[in-house]
Design a protein around this ligand. Structure first.
Ligand SMILES: [Zn+2]
Length: 295
């Protein structure tokens, strides 16, 4: 069954990085019919695991959830017009250690194999040197960890995260590790100011959802068999947070986060999309991983 996806959101307003101005908004809804045969495939990769000592920073009481282990997936959308890498997991250097990497705050991290190694080993018809686009839900360290291994593609980044990535010291945005952004800042870049239809056919869309960081976004992928899927970025870290609309303490803008939650939940309702909470390790464990894919 084919899906007709009605986009109630404005189509993306894209500006090249040299441009500071934005084009006029398009107010009429875009109706997209996914014609099937050559639709995108969605691959999921294991890009690490984190174990928390506490959920306090997420504005939760320790009794609100017993979840302490978070997944950190990477995804590749394989579209007939090229591949989009969505999120890049934990830092690649973590794969060089025998055991887990423990941070000062007690958080423990594991990365078994780098994304680059996985992609090369699986022979999927693409690799880190053949991507068309690279996008991160946001620039926190646990979502850009393999970015220095990316040697291809145009970086699609919302203005807020672009500015934060280029700011000296990144003092206004916590959890940013500048050394992980060195290479991506050298890539060709499209700075976005809102939602953006990546391949122009409505099947793969970046949806602006600021608040966790200044340029946080989620990804909407319309799959011919699976149906529409929203990859959540860090709109939420826990199912409890989603159910109770809880904003983490380290988000840069709490009010904006709540607006983004409302926007994305409305999108999920309207499209009937599956909501993939990326840090939900239980969900991640239940999903099929590359070289298998969703289509
Ligand atoms: Zn995260």
């Amino acid at each position: 069954m084919r899906l007709i996806l009605i986009l109630f959101l404005t189509t993306g307003i894209m500006a090249c990085q040299q441009q500071s101005d934005t084009a006029a908004d398009t107010s009429s809804p875009l109706v997209v019919t996914n014609t099937g045969a050559a639709g995108p495939k969605l691959y999921i990769f294991d890009c690490g695991r984190m174990r928390l000592v506490s959920v306090e920073a997420f504005n939760l009481k320790e009794t609100d959830t017993d979840v302490r282990e978070l997944s950190a997936p990477c995804y590749v959308v394989d579209h007939p017009k090229g591949q989009l890498l969505w999120d890049a997991g934990l830092p690649s250097e973590f794969a060089q250690t025998d055991g887990p990497v423990t941070r000062e705050d007690g958080m423990t991290n594991w990365l078994e194999e780098t994304l680059a190694s996985q992609v090369a080993r699986m022979d999927l018809g693409f690799d880190m040197g053949s991507l068309e686009y690279v996008a991160f839900s946001h620039i926190h360290w646990d979502h850009v960890g393999a970015s220095n291994d990316v040697t291809s593609g145009t970086w699609l980044v919302q203005q807020g995260d672009y500015d934060a990535a280029h700011a000296d010291g990144n003092l206004s945005v916590p959890a940013v590790q500048p050394h992980l952004l060195v290479s991506i800042k050298e890539r060709p870049t499209q700075v976005l100011n809102g939602d953006y239809d990546v391949f122009g056919d409505g099947t793969v869309q970046l949806i602006a959802a600021e608040g966790h960081t200044p340029g946080h976004q989620v990804l909407l992928v319309d799959l011919a068999e699976t149906g529409p899927v929203v990859l959540s970025g860090d709109l939420y870290h826990f199912q409890f947070s989603r159910a109770n609309r809880v904003v983490p303490l380290f988000n840069v803008d709490a009010e904006r986060t709540l607006q983004s939650m409302d926007k994305i939940e409305a999108l999920v309702t309207m499209t009937g999309a599956d909501f993939w909470l990326q840090h939900d390790a239980s969900l991640f464990d239940s999903q099929q991983k590359a070289p298998r894919f969703y289509q």
